[in-house]
Ligand binder design. Structure first.
Ligand SMILES: [Zn+2]
Ligand SMILES: [Zn+2]
Length: 142
């Protein structure tokens, strides 16, 4: 997996033994743009801090999500996905290959709520469909 190797390389300067699990989990998510599952986060965290346990990673994911430092996406699949990029964006989930893409262009609905004095605590907008390559493959089959 390319991303794991990349994460390893970038973290060589980080003192791996002494880094806190929470920082490791955050670092993994900040470096990931593919919205990994909890297990994938664990695998990438282990590349940085080999002695980190699965339970520790899962516990920290929950904690960070509660603090709104990361996002948890439930896309209707078997596993939840995590996103370390909390700036407002939507997601496009491909029904063909399962990849999750970030969508940054969006009319701001929360602003409409705010104008009416309503308080939006969390927004999660997910688009489902077929990504470019899956749509192409589907059309070629016809
Ligand atoms: Zn696809
Ligand atoms: Zn995202």
């Amino acid at each position: 997996m390319i991303t794991v190797n990349k994460a390893q390389g970038e973290n060589r300067s980080l003192c791996s033994r002494r880094s806190y699990p929470r920082e490791v989990v955050l670092k993994v998510l900040h470096d990931s743009y593919d919205h990994p599952t909890a297990y994938t986060v664990y695998e990438r965290a282990r590349a940085i801090k080999p002695d980190i346990s699965r339970g520790t990673v899962y516990r920290n994911l929950k904690l960070l999500e509660e603090k709104n430092e990361i996002l948890m996406l439930e896309t209707g699949g078997r596993f939840a996905h995590y996103d370390g990029h909390t700036e407002e964006h939507s997601h496009f989930v491909c029904r063909g290959c399962g990849r999750i893409e970030d969508i940054f262009e969006e009319p701001s609905v929360p602003e409409l709520f705010a104008a009416r004095g309503m308080e939006v605590l969390k927004t999660q907008c997910v688009y489902y469909g077929l990504c470019e390559s899956c749509a192409k493959r589907k059309n070629e089959k016809r």
